[in-house]
Write a protein that binds this ligand. Sequence first.
Ligand code: INI
Length: 156
Amino acid sequence: MSSVIKGNLDGHDLRIGIVVSRWNREITDGLLAGARRALATCGVTDDRITVAEVPGAFEIPLVAAALAKQGCDAIVALGCVIKGETAHFEYISTVAMRGIADVARERGLPVTCGILTTYDAEQAIARSRDDEDNKGVEAALAAVESANLLRSLRSK
Ligand code: INI
């Protein structure tokens, strides 16, 4: 008989790192608020959450790697890259996305993606409001679930 291993959303004994960028701050503040709300619903207390603030999405992977070294069980990456007139958007978003995936694989812990890459400000606002579409919420829940799943797999 096959076994299905799932994570759960009980975060009471997890340490969670959040790395959040200041670029498009009104958006990333909304993502951070969403992530904090979601972690509270999972039972992650404030004293088990470390928030590191970086200038922009480009800096997120390096700081995520440093947080990983400090013993977090999972890291939530929050940022916002909005398409502009130049190719800058592609470079920043590619480095940020690939970077967090690399940190996750290299460190063996979840680094979940709450980095918005949108075509305009309206799309970013719609994904950072205080509602069910908030991507900070999604990334925080994914962090708790994935950290618990990894724990289960490693205990077998
Ligand atoms: N950083 C972002 O997080 N979002 C952006 O939209 C953005 N744009 O458009 O330039 C951005 N740039 C800054 C970048 O992430 C670095 O902080 C900066 O280049 C210093 O290394």
